[in-house]
Design a protein. Sequence first.
Length: 492
Amino acid sequence: MMQSNWIILPVLFPLFGAILNFFMPKRVKAQKLVAATALTATLLYSIYLLSYTRTGAIAVFSASDWPAPFGIVFACDLLSAIMLVASGIVALAVLFYSFWSIGQGREQHNYYAFYLLMLMGVNGSFLTGDIFNLYVFFEILLISSYILMALGGEKEQLRESFKYMVINIIASALFLVGVALLYAVTGTLNMADIAVKVQAASDQGLLTVIAMIFMIVFGIKAAIFPLYFWLPQSYPTTPPAVNAAFGGLLAKVGVYVLFRIFTLIFINDIGYTHSILIFIGGVTMLLGVLGTVGQMDMRRILSFHIISQIGYMILGLGIFTPLALAGGIYFIVHNIIVKTALFLTAGVTDQLTGTTDLHKLGGLLKAYPALGLTFFLAGVSLAGAPPLSGFFGKFVLIVAGLEAQHYLVIAVAIGTSLLTLFSMMKIFRYAFWGQPREYQPQKYGRFLAPAAILVVLSLAMGIGAEWMLDVVSAAATQLLRPELYITAVLGA
């Protein structure tokens, strides 16, 4: 265990960057430099934290040296570090895409400042060891996302932004109810201390009810069945860069919290809570992919796939074995990278053609071959084709499910994968195959570069699957030994 003030740097870098950018709203070049510097520093330090926690150590920071559980605590274990690195990679990729696509109007209305604040909220959620501060960081991320979604003021944007805001306000209110009930039962807000006290609580039935409240709260935020209805309508109305950040990252923060609390706190009734998670995972993946069948817009199809792919992650948590958790964590990282790449390719398509309506596209492979290749590789990775990252994530989850004898849900997972391939091929057939339409020749390398880099990372994750699986397996083992986290935090 490392006691260090420095583990909060992934929160402070984007915070200070945002503050600086608020003081120079019209100096766009300076804003870009500040944002790029802040997120690069965040990613580099996150990689250091990953190398440190890879040994099994847990880094802890207690504000003002107040001992836990009385003070504000940040803790970074291997899962936190993995999530920090994955989010840092896609945050930088989307930032560079934003430089060339977001538009001067949004840039001069503090786009980069709010983008950095959103990343501050994301990283704070990964690092906090306090359940109330988790609420605070989630609100920072949500308020920033409301503004990013509405920035531009188009009619459809504002309508969907309002829906998104109302739904998340309801979820946040329910979050506070859950926190209050948990405090009433345990008398503490420190997550490690809560984990100790829930085991000795006299009313275990009430704890199961509280667990279900948190499942609903983060089910809304992660867009799982039956709470996903808002996502496919909201995300496609945002600018492509914002759509890529939301689609690749935001829902996975909710998934991370489910992994954290249902391996640390709510493990008193696994037979009940985790069986529900298995059911939810299976239904989420199936209904999400079925939602793509009638869609003929790239961004709407990809938005439904966010839901579908979340189901695989929840399935890994529900099965709750070392292999299943490892597969779930691997799949989270894979999906953050590949889903962001797919939304970025959709954004490039929109920039080059003015539309993502499949009826109005065709022949993009001949007109823009690099775009076609990038989308194809990202699409087949999402579907689970080797040697890309999607194959290994799904393979591990399927093996874990078969070992646990969950045959029906594994059949659903395999069927969902086939339907995912079908929908990716539908996009490829309508948008990229055939004779080119009358497209104006354009240079698009700088627009496509962030997506292409992410696709290369997906390929690297597949080729280096042995190393990746070692890392996520170590994280899964750590999650299944909550006493390690508890000792690190309470002993700090």
